[in-house]
Design a protein around this ligand. Structure first.
Ligand code: SF4
Length: 422
């Protein structure tokens, strides 16, 4: 039996793509291996969002050169963001690579069974489903639109069909993925939107939960917020990257909204979706970000009090408008200092938010075991551990919370439940 080895870096989109590719290869008779030297087919699923990630992908390719040359029967393929750039140039630079194929595009040698559905064979209770690839936004710091191309939505019937099949195989929760899920469907013939997709998926029996990543503040509509509020399977968890709390920096980032708009959006979400868990992304040390502008971000985070904040220091990405037009003039030590300030602030906020769950009962979808305890997530996406000798994999369990920290909750199982508790 031939073996395949997939090396994946980057975002959830890449991980989902690798999962689908692996499932497809299994249907074609391949077996997975964790050792590149044992493989007959090696696929590198690359990320180039940061220069360091691109360097890692290129180092990995260079490291595989000797293996590829010494094993004529070995096939080496590259996909992901790296394969979205100039393929002719890549072929010149890496002549020992057999195939480069764009994300979402299976090459001809894998397409001989076109009708075969690309689905995980042994899915976990929770899995990812890409619904839209690419991005039309061109934020000044981001390479994604250049590498992943313009937005391309999957037909609604395809997504619904795939989710039905996944549920049939035991999946209870799907996370719909896209660089910007809020623009889902605008490029399709009858222009369905994400709310339409939610409605269709919500009607699938045995599907317990629907999540979605990532939203864009300029594209999130009231109609979508109302769908999240009304549909019982759509989880009260929204990821809405703000990136900065200063309008001047938002403009330089070309984000297309203001702090005032963002604040109003969060207000609308909180009033329509009670108990919603909110997360955001922040970049610190963007070119020319003054102490005062950084303080605006800190103040906004203190005011809006997110459940989770993902913070990154700015680093110029070659090929983007920011790298061409703006000087990376904040010293690294200062960037790190700002990052630490945000992390410390958020640790306190998340600790306080989570401590309010102490003594409450939450609904947990059990995803697996870790260090002798069952592990799962609440509808708001909070990680929960509980000890019990029974088998709860894939089940919804009511857990009474006894201990909290900024990162997770711990409790005692009360019983199975079919309705949302918290
Ligand atoms: S919305 Fe902006 S940051 Fe997000 S993928 Fe598109 S260009 Fe990049």
């Amino acid at each position: 039996m031939p073996h395949y080895y997939i090396w994946t870096t980057g975002c959830q989109m890449n991980k989902a793509e690798s999962e689908r590719l692996g499932a497809y290869l299994k249907q074609l008779g391949y077996q997975a291996t964790a050792v590149a030297e044992e493989a007959d087919l090696i696929v590198l699923n690359s990320c180039v969002v940061r220069q360091s990630a691109e360097n890692r992908a290129i180092n990995k390719l260079n490291a595989l050169k000797a293996l590829r040359i010494s094993r004529p029967g070995l096939t080496l393929a590259v996909t992901g963001c790296l394969a979205s750039s100039d393929i002719d140039q890549l072929k010149q630079n890496f002549p020992y690579v057999d195939y480069f194929f764009k994300p979402g595009d299976l090459p001809a040698w894998l397409e001989r069974a076109e009708a075969v559905r690309i689905l995980p064979q042994h899915p976990s209770p929770s899995t990812f489903v890409p619904i839209i690839q690419g991005c039309n936004n061109f934020c000044s710091y981001c390479i994604v639109p250049y590498r992943r191309g313009r937005e391309k939505s999957r037909p609604l019937e395809d997504v619904v069909g795939e989710v039905r099949e996944l549920v049939h195989r035991g999946v209870r929760e799907v996370t719909l993925l896209g660089q910007n899920v809020d623009s889902y469907g605008h490029d399709l013939p009858v222009k369905p939107d994400l709310a339409d997709l939610f409605n269709e998926l919500n009607a699938i029996d045995e599907l317990a939960r629907i999540r979605f990543l990532t939203n864009h503040p300029k594209d999130m509509t009231s109609r979508l917020i109302e769908a999240i509020a009304c549909l019982d399977k759509v989880c009260e968890q929204i990821s809405l990257p703000v990136q900065s709390g200063d309008n001047g920096i938002l403009k330089a980032m070309r984000r297309g909204y203001t702090v005032e708009h963002y604040r109003q959006l969060i207000g609308e979400i909180r009033s329509k979706v009670p108990g919603v868990a909110l997360s955001t992304d922040v970049i610190v040390g963007f070119p020319s970000e003054s102490q005062q502008q950084f303080q605006q971000t800190v103040d906004l985070l203190s005011e809006l009090r997110f459940d989770t904040v993902h913070v990154a220091v700015y680093s110029p990405r070659s090929g983007t408008a920011a790298s061409r037009e703006l000087e990376d003039n904040i010293p690294l030590a200062e960037k790190k200092e700002r990052l630490n300030r945000v992390e410390q602030l958020q640790e306190g906020i998340a600790g306080e938010i989570n401590s309010r769950l102490s003594g409450k009962t939450v609904e947990v979808l059990v995803e697996g075991r870790k260090k002798g305890k069952w592990r799962g997530r609440t509808r708001g996406g909070k990680l929960v551990f509980f000890g019990d000798s029974g088998d709860f994999l894939g089940q919804l369990a009511e857990v009474s919370i006894r201990k909290t920290s900024p990162w997770s909750l711990e409790g005692k199982k009360r019983g199975k439940c079919s309705r949302e508790v918290v």
